[in-house]
Design a protein around this ligand. Structure first.
Ligand SMILES: Nc1ncnc2c1ncn2[C@@H]1O[C@H](COP(=O)(O)OP(=O)(O)OP(=O)(O)O)[C@@H](O)[C@H]1O
Ligand SMILES: [Mg+2]
Length: 256
C-alpha cells in the first residue's frame, strides 16, 4: 500500500480539495482500493464533505400534491450515477494528528488489501509528530500559488520538509516530492512566475514540478466535481486543466 498526501503550510492552498479529487479518481475511475484519513481534527473538512455528499443522495420521505407519500432525493442525477456505477464509497476515518494512531490505521488498511491511503493533514507544522507523519508517506504533492505571501510560505515549508525528511530523518518512507502550481492565473506577471520557477529549480533541485498547472477555477469547489462518492464529473475536468493534472498525478503515483 502506498501512502499519499498533499502537504503545505499555507491555509486554503487546496490540500483537502486535491485530496478528495485524487481519492475519488483513484477509487472510482481507476477502481483502486482507497482509504482516506482525515487528520485535520479542527476543520474535519473531509468528514463534513462525506456527510454533505451522502445527504444529496439519501432518499427521504415527502408528500406530493395529491397528499401521497413519495420517496425523494436531493440530487436525482447524482443518485442515479451512484447507483448505476455501483459505487462502494471509500473509507473516510477521522484521526488525531498523532503518529501512533495513524500508523495503526495504516497497518490495518494495508492488511485489508488497500492500494492507497491518503492523509489529509492540517498545515500545522508545530505539531511535534508532523514530520514523522509526512515521512510515513511514499509520495507527497506540494501546492504552490503565484502570490508572494502564499509562495514564500509554501516554499519555506517545502525546503524545511525536504531537509527534515530527507536529511535528518533516517526512518523515512518518502520516495518522491512533487510540486504543482495551483489557483494559477494565466494573466499573472510572467517575470514573477519565472523567478519562482528559478528559485525552486536552484534551491530545491530534487523537487520535480508537475507539467500541468491547475487554474484558479471555482469548478473544483462544485460538489459535482469535488465529491467523495463519485469521480469528478467529466464536464469539470475540462476546467483549469483539472483532468490533465489528475492524470499526471496518477502517472507519478503509479511510478512509485
Ligand atoms: N484550483 C483552485 N481554484 C480555485 N479555488 C480553489 C482551487 N483549489 C481549491 N480552491 C478553493 O480554495 C478553498 C480552500 O481549499 P481547501 O479547503 O481544499 O484548502 P486547504 O489547503 O485544505 O485549507 P486548510 O489549510 O484550511 O485545510 C476552497 O474554497 C476551495 O474550493
Ligand atoms: Mg484542508
Amino acid at each position: 500500500m502506498e501512502v499519499i498526501s498533499v502537504v503545505g503550510q499555507k491555509g486554503g492552498c487546496g490540500k483537502t480539495t486535491m485530496t478528495i479529487l485524487l481519492a475519488s479518481t483513484l477509487a472510482y475511475k481507476y477502481k483502486k482500493k482507497v482509504a482516506v484519513l482525515d487528520c485535520d481534527t479542527l476543520q474535519q473538512s473531509l468528514t463534513k464533505s462525506r456527510i454533505n455528499d451522502l445527504a444529496l443522495i439519501t432518499p427521504y420521505e415527502a408528500v406530493d400534491e395529491n397528499g401521497k407519500k413519495v420517496k425523494m432525493v436531493q440530487d436525482g442525477v447524482m443518485f442515479k450515477q451512484f447507483k448505476e456505477q455501483n459505487i462502494k464509497p471509500y473509507d473516510i476515518v477521522r484521526c488525531k494528528e498523532n503518529v501512533d494512531d495513524i500508523i495503526s490505521y495504516l497497518v490495518r488498511k494495508d492488511e485489508e488489501g488497500c492500494d492507497y491511503a491518503l492523509l489529509d493533514l492540517p498545515g500545522n507544522v508545530d505539531n511535534t509528530d508532523y514530520f514523522r507523519i509526512v515521512s510515513l508517506c511514499s509520495i507527497v504533492f506540494l501546492p504552490f500559488i503565484v502570490d508572494s505571501l502564499d509562495f514564500d510560505s509554501n516554499f519555506a515549508f517545502a525546503k524545511h520538509t525536504h531537509q527534515r525528511i530527507f536529511e535528518v530523518n533516517e526512518d523515512c518512507n518518502l520516495k518522491k516530492m512533487y510540486g504543482y502550481w495551483t489557483k494559477f492565473d494565466e494573466t499573472c506577471r510572467p517575470l514573477v512566475f519565472q523567478s519562482y520557477c528559478e528559485k525552486i529549480k536552484n534551491e530545491l533541485p530534487d523537487l520535480e514540478m508537475l507539467q500541468f498547472r491547475l487554474g484558479n477555477t471555482k469548478a473544483v469547489g462544485n460538489d459535482k466535481c469535488r465529491n467523495t462518492l463519485l469521480p469528478p464529473n467529466k464536464q469539470f475536468l475540462g476546467y483549469g486543466k483539472l483532468g490533465p493534472i489528475l492524470n499526471e498525478m496518477y502517472e507519478k503515483i503509479k511510478m512509485i
